[in-house]
Ligand binder design. Sequence first.
Ligand SMILES: CC(C)(COP(=O)(O)OP(=O)(O)OC[C@H]1O[C@@H](n2cnc3c(N)ncnc32)[C@H](O)[C@@H]1OP(=O)(O)O)[C@@H](O)C(=O)NCCC(=O)NCCS
Length: 197
Amino acid sequence: MSPGTKVMASNIATRVEWLQRFGGTDLEDLCVATETAIVDGNGFGWLKPPPRDILESYWRGVLLVPERELVAARLDGTIVGSGQLVRPAANNEAQAPVATLTTFFIAPLARGHGLARSMLMAIVTRAGERGFESLELTVRETQTAAIALYESCGFTRWATKRKYAKVNGAWVTGFYYARDIEPMRTVQPELRAAAAR
Ligand SMILES: CC(C)(COP(=O)(O)OP(=O)(O)OC[C@H]1O[C@@H](n2cnc3c(N)ncnc32)[C@H](O)[C@@H]1OP(=O)(O)O)[C@@H](O)C(=O)NCCC(=O)NCCS
């Protein structure tokens, strides 16, 4: 068993890891997790699951885009959720210290094992390692579990947008959150780009 793996009292092993590539059934598992989270509602921009090939292309693309890093949550080895740390585009020097957290979710049947908290802490730690000083995210007001988690991890709500997302024809309010990050080292933009490769 690898060092980052925790074994729960019920003998369910949980693990959070940064992905550089998809091995075995990882891509299929991530697609299944995504589909169940979309059907459950309260997550993602998708309102209904897209065709599987679109979903696979999306996740493959995430691993290819240099601005994105993908963290995965595993339950007994199977990917059941993920989150992304997104850095600003290289031309955006003024906002270079500000990273964004996006597409953060755990599939419904895998919730309640502490995986979301572990993923969030991994993302906060990685943001510091990359030299970021602020981490931002947005969340629908209906995503109450996520809001409780973010606030318990030091995120502060700084804005509210009434027309944030349109779901089933109705506007849903969105909240804007941020938390300061302690950069672990000063990273020049060119080094940050190299680290992302
Ligand atoms: C938010 C989400 C990722 C949490 O996943 P999870 O696996 O249940 O999270 P964890 O088991 O790590 O629990 C994290 C904390 O949230 C708390 N929590 C979980 N569900 C909750 C709820 N409905 N209301 C309040 N708190 C809740 C837990 O008690 C836990 O706190 P603790 O560590 O102090 O015990 C999951 O509910 C989800 O994917 N929701 C839909 C997608 C979403 O909202 N994403 C956010 C987009 S910005």
